[in-house]
Design a protein around this ligand. Structure first.
Ligand SMILES: O=C(O)C1=C[C@@H](OP(=O)(O)O)[C@@H](O)[C@H](O)C1
Ligand SMILES: C=C(OP(=O)(O)O)C(=O)O
Length: 453
């Protein structure tokens, strides 16, 4: 769906204690990869618990356009893939909507094919840098036939007859860039090496191994990861149980911490250590989060969380923790707005190139709602108001086609003295279509409001 249609404002009001138990929808990163790897592998892949958010469904459509059979039967998604190396040239541009992950990983996946592929997306996606993926692809022999200025979408790729394996050190902490090179390597003869100085989410490595790819990871004495992948091997369909998305769990989690009297349970949360930075940070801030029922499901650690309202205090979040909580900073800034003292968040340069410039969007929305904060080049500092007295009541927050900005400010309104309004809730469906129902089910006072003039 495009978000150019009339915007759908929403308002969140000071709420009674949040209570109850919720199950979090599937992880977005793992869901994208399930469609991609299932669509590529030979034989049948079954996916249980897929996130049916707009971003992920776009990836499914792209894989269909390149020859994969994908259908939903009951609660399961069943895929019959093309076999590695056998994707077909799509007949029309691939439209990735709002999804950076879908677009960037698919550029890697198809870039090394001897065919033309065009990538389009919404205004947010078109503003995001793609050079970070195109640069290594060019080294492998991929031509960028056309691109908007600054290597942006819309863009068209043409792969070489035979791609060249490379050794590539990822220049920024980005799982999308790492993954794009690994996926390009699948259709490249020989061994491609990706060097990752700062570890990011490792779903691509883990899942590709599960599908039968020849992939090895060595971590050197400095903690630098060297990932070796041999191309043109066989991938075989798998059964995948998608765990709940910790980046979505973050919203009810922070809501329960800031709304007095709350006591909720969040079930089925992925606990992969490359994704749990927010939980650790909130615990350091004094959050009462009990992690129970730990288990391993389909190769990933999963647990349930009991969360109770807590008086938070400000902390400094180590910059090196950023990759393990990169999408959670907006909602952490909301938690910090209710903490005693200052919360300092350095190392946030990547936030400037997400669905929106999240540093600028958060700082603007916080100020509008009377939170004292400082936006640095790559940092944010928030000085909180325990109890939320005087917070909220500003003009509608501009969400800039960014689902996480939208959900973060709705969470803020649940505990601030005055209501918080956002200009458009439609974008939430990109990652968490169940958000409004799930939150109101816990007792959150959130509702749509008449379209603004
Ligand atoms: O690989 C992934 O699934 C993702 C990687 C991260 O992006 P970057 O690689 O740009 O940090 C994250 O922000 C995004 O939501 C999902
Ligand atoms: C950054 C995000 O996603 P993407 O890059 O896939 O658009 C996100 O979901 O917060």
């Amino acid at each position: 769906m495009s978000h150019s249609a009339a915007s759908q404002p929403a308002i969140a009001r000071n709420s009674r204690p949040l209570t109850g138990e919720v199950r979090i929808p599937g992880d977005k990163s793992i869901s994208h990869r399930s469609f991609m790897f299932g669509g590529l592998a030979a034989g049948e892949t079954r996916i249980i618990g897929l996130l049916e958010g707009e971003d992920v469904l776009r990836t499914g459509q792209a894989m269909k356009a390149m020859g994969a059979h994908i259908e939903k039967k009951g609660e399961e998604w069943i895929i019959r893939g093309t076999g590695n190396g056998a994707l077909l040239q799509p007949q029309a541009p691939l439209d990735f909507g709002n999804a950076g992950t879908g677009a960037r990983l698919t550029m890697g996946l198809v870039g090394t094919y001897d065919m033309e592929t065009t990538f389009i997306g919404d205004a947010s996606l078109q503003s995001r840098p793609m050079g970070r993926v195109l640069d290594p692809l060019r080294q492998m022999g991929v031509q960028v036939l056309s691109a908007a200025s600054g290597d942006r979408m819309p863009l068209t790729l043409r792969g070489p007859a035979h791609a060249a394996p490379i050794t590539y050190q990822v220049p920024m902490a980005s799982a999308q860039v790492k993954s794009a090179v690994l996926l390009a390597a699948l259709n490249t003869p020989g061994i491609t090496t990706v060097i990752e100085p700062i570890m990011t989410r490792d779903h691509t490595e883990k899942m590709l191994k599960g599908f039968g790819a020849k992939i090895d990871v060595e971590t050197d004495e400095r903690g630098v990861r060297h990932i070796f992948i041999e191309g043109q091997g066989k991938l075989t369909g798998q059964t995948i149980h998608v765990p709940g998305d910790p980046s979505s769990a973050a919203f009810p989690l922070v809501a329960a911490l800031i709304v007095p009297g709350s006591d909720i349970t969040i079930c089925n949360v992925l606990m992969n250590p490359t994704r749990t930075g927010l939980i650790l940070t909130l615990q350091e801030m004094g959050a009462d989060i009990e992690i129970f029922n730990p288990r391993n499901e389909g190769g990933e650690d999963v647990a349930d969380l009991r969360v109770r309202h807590s008086q938070l205090k400000g902390v400094t979040v180590p910059a090196e923790r950023a990759p393990s909580m990169i999408d959670e900073y907006p909602v952490l800034a909301v938690a910090a707005s209710f903490a005693e003292g200052e919360t300092r968040m350095p190392g946030l340069e990547e936030l400037r190139v997400k669905e929106s410039d999240r540093l600028a969007a958060m700082a603007a929305g916080l100020r509008q709602n009377h939170v004292d904060c400082t936006e640095g080049e790559a940092s944010l500092a928030v000085r909180g108001v325990p109890g939320g007295k005087g917070l909220g009541g500003g003009e509608a927050v501009k969400t800039h086609l960014d689902h996480r900005i939208a959900m973060s400010f709705l969470v803020m309104g649940l505990a601030s003295q005055h209501p918080v309004t956002i200009d458009d809730k439609a974008v939430i469906a990109t990652s968490f279509p169940e958000f409004m129902d799930l939150m109101t089910g816990l007792g959150a006072h959130i509702e749509a409001v008449e379209a603004m003039p």
